[in-house]
Design a protein around this ligand. Structure first.
Ligand code: ZN
Length: 160
């Protein structure tokens, strides 16, 4: 079956950076997604469009079309007292913060000083060129319910 909008697609994939370091992978047949529902980054969906089960696809996605370029403005110095006194802070520690308009942002602590903490709101994959090796295992029609929810149900998908 051809891979087009509203198909449920089962793939194996390996994601590497430019230096061939493996950053993410799923090679046990458990990764499924709903095509055309923005479950994957658009550049990846475009590369897979029209393929069929058994096809192997290698895609290189530049950071501009993936998780963006690093933005120095997303690195901020905030007062230490913004954190609870008894909270142990560590470099690399992720937490959620909110912008003044209430949007949730995920940030990571990149520095701890006496009175200030440095936080970085850039996506961990910002500036990274993504190299995907994908094997399409299976393509099927999505159910009406899956299309309404915008994601896959059952094995490898949402269980609810
Ligand atoms: Zn659902």
């Amino acid at each position: 079956m051809q891979l087009t909008k509203d198909k449920v697609v089962n793939i194996n994939y390996t994601l590497k950076d430019k230096e061939s370091n493996i950053m993410d992978e799923s090679n046990d047949g458990t990764f499924t997604y709903l095509h055309g529902a923005k479950n994957l980054i658009p550049a990846l969906e475009r590369a897979l469009e029209g393929k069929t089960s058994g096809d192997k696809v290698n895609v290189v996605v530049p950071p501009e079309n993936a998780y963006g370029l690093r933005d120095e403005k997303k690195i901020q110095h905030v007062p230490r007292k913004m954190f609870p006194v008894d909270q142990k802070l560590e470099i690399g520690m992720p937490f959620s913060s909110a912008t003044p308009d209430g949007t949730a942002v995920n940030v990571v602590i990149t520095g701890i000083e006496e009175t200030e903490v440095i936080i970085d709101g850039n996506h961990p994959l910002a500036d990274v060129e993504l190299h995907f090796n994908i094997e399409i295992i299976d393509v099927r029609d999505a159910t009406k319910e899956e299309l309404e929810h915008g994601h896959v149900h059952g094995p490898g998908g949402h269980q609810h």
